[in-house]
Design a protein around this ligand. Sequence first.
Ligand SMILES: *[C@@H]1O[C@H](CO)[C@@H](O)[C@H](O)[C@H]1NC(C)=O
Ligand SMILES: *[C@@H]1O[C@H](CO)[C@@H](O)[C@H](O)[C@H]1NC(C)=O
Ligand SMILES: *[C@@H]1O[C@H](CO)[C@@H](O)[C@H](O)[C@H]1NC(C)=O
Ligand SMILES: *[C@@H]1O[C@H](CO)[C@@H](O)[C@H](O)[C@H]1NC(C)=O
Ligand SMILES: *[C@@H]1O[C@H](CO)[C@@H](O)[C@H](O)[C@H]1NC(C)=O
Ligand SMILES: *[C@@H]1O[C@H](CO)[C@@H](O)[C@H](O)[C@H]1NC(C)=O
Ligand SMILES: *[C@@H]1O[C@H](CO)[C@@H](O)[C@H](O)[C@H]1NC(C)=O
Ligand SMILES: *[C@@H]1O[C@H](CO)[C@@H](O)[C@H](O)[C@H]1NC(C)=O
Ligand SMILES: *[C@@H]1O[C@H](CO)[C@@H](O)[C@H](O)[C@H]1NC(C)=O
Ligand SMILES: *[C@@H]1O[C@H](CO)[C@@H](O)[C@H](O)[C@H]1NC(C)=O
Length: 367
Amino acid sequence: MCAKYLFTFFLLVWITEARDKIFKVTDYGAVGDGNKENTWSDACKWNGSATVLIPKGTFMLKSVVFNGPCHSSMTFQITGGTLDGQGTATRQKCNNDPNCQILFTTMDLDFINNGVIQNLHSVDSKGGHFIVFGSNNMTFTNVTISAPADNRNTDGIKISHTNGVTITDVNIGTGDDCVAMIAGTKNVQISNVFCGPGHGISVGSLGKFDGAEVVEDISVKNCTFNGTLAGVQIKTWAAPLNTTQYASNFFYEDIVMTNVQRPIVIDQFYCPERNCDPKENSQVQISNATYKNIQGSSAGNFAVTFNCSRVNPCQNISVEDINFSSDEKGKQITNFCSQVTGTSSGKQIPSSCLPQHKFVETPFSSQ
Ligand SMILES: *[C@@H]1O[C@H](CO)[C@@H](O)[C@H](O)[C@H]1NC(C)=O
Ligand SMILES: *[C@@H]1O[C@H](CO)[C@@H](O)[C@H](O)[C@H]1NC(C)=O
Ligand SMILES: *[C@@H]1O[C@H](CO)[C@@H](O)[C@H](O)[C@H]1NC(C)=O
Ligand SMILES: *[C@@H]1O[C@H](CO)[C@@H](O)[C@H](O)[C@H]1NC(C)=O
Ligand SMILES: *[C@@H]1O[C@H](CO)[C@@H](O)[C@H](O)[C@H]1NC(C)=O
Ligand SMILES: *[C@@H]1O[C@H](CO)[C@@H](O)[C@H](O)[C@H]1NC(C)=O
Ligand SMILES: *[C@@H]1O[C@H](CO)[C@@H](O)[C@H](O)[C@H]1NC(C)=O
Ligand SMILES: *[C@@H]1O[C@H](CO)[C@@H](O)[C@H](O)[C@H]1NC(C)=O
Ligand SMILES: *[C@@H]1O[C@H](CO)[C@@H](O)[C@H](O)[C@H]1NC(C)=O
Ligand SMILES: *[C@@H]1O[C@H](CO)[C@@H](O)[C@H](O)[C@H]1NC(C)=O
């Protein structure tokens, strides 16, 4: 029964403040596929404060795109119901239940400014839970995202071509990246996030296609990882491109990891399908990344892996107070550095492959 997957589901997308109107999806005949988009676009055009309301009920999931920019204030609210991402078997069961309605598996948030997604629990999406594209100043807070570890290609929050995202007090367990920041992502603040299972908090996709793409100004603070493939990672493809792309200004601080395969990673030879040419070099220039007070246990051979491009070595990478041991009793782990310049400081367990920071004597000024 659909009721088995009962949970409370709230989502609010605020844009500005004005006249109130509630757009109830059931008034648009939300049973079956389709009509939520009409609800959304009517609400989006409303010149006042609009609330898209999904009342209590039983819903099946499907993809839906929420397209902005909207005329003014927008609240999107789901006030409870059954959301079911379990696929065909339950879809059939749902079809036999007159109260069961198709909702969504993936929430696409496109061209939305100043949106707030909060107090939400998203379960077992089939193709990525939240996809943010072309938006500005989005906030995710008090959100729980859960999907089984074997649910492939289900990023928790995937961001591209977006400036300004805050993700705080969010708990993500999924089969792919907990947070994926891909081409065109700028100004992201991530804090108090738990990730596991999953592939980590990742910067990805740069270096595959031509174009002047960047990812920059990302901070990740006070986060916890348990049982993930990677912890904090930056991965780029090694492909011949006409233009150099950039990934810069990363700040990682106060992070605890347990049983993580590759805790701290820069991998510029990313090639998931194993059909890439190992002789190619990544055309992505990675620079200015600081990793500070990161500790825990590695399930692999390394704590820190910096495997950078031979044509664009990583620059200005700094590690400070890193303490990792192996999950296996008695096993020694090491760090790996290739084509990277930068410095280490504070405690370094295992010992860092970046040279120790030297304090440069500053000229004495008497005035
Ligand atoms: C909202 O206001 C604009 C102009 O400010 C107008 O063109 C549009 O028709 C209005 N939309 C609605 C749904 O009233
Ligand atoms: C967080 O969201 C859940 C629903 O997922 C809600 O029950 C809870 O009250 C929210 N917590 C706060 C502090 O708002
Ligand atoms: C995003 O927030 C910043 C800082 O609060 C503000 O300056 C900017 O105008 C906002 N952008 C949009 C599109 O609302
Ligand atoms: C760190 O995150 C945890 C939950 O993930 C939270 O309880 C704690 O208050 C956070 N600490 C700070 C300093 O924000
Ligand atoms: C590089 O630029 C040339 C000329 O603009 C274009 O024909 C070619 O497709 C580009 N190569 C790639 C890999 O995009
Ligand atoms: C990590 O997850 C495992 C398996 O779910 C659990 O047993 C363990 O207590 C967790 N450890 C920490 C430090 O959270
Ligand atoms: C390096 O990145 C940090 C944020 O991570 C930023 O505050 C700083 O300005 C950057 N430095 C340079 C030289 O761009
Ligand atoms: C670094 O990248 C090279 C080239 O793809 C690969 O052969 C090597 O195994 C990588 N090293 C680590 C430690 O990941
Ligand atoms: C590296 O840092 C130095 C000193 O802060 C700065 O002059 C240089 O521009 C930085 N290089 C890159 C690629 O960020
Ligand atoms: C490193 O971490 C281990 C295990 O968490 C801890 O016992 C040890 O005291 C730490 N070392 C330092 C120098 O902080």
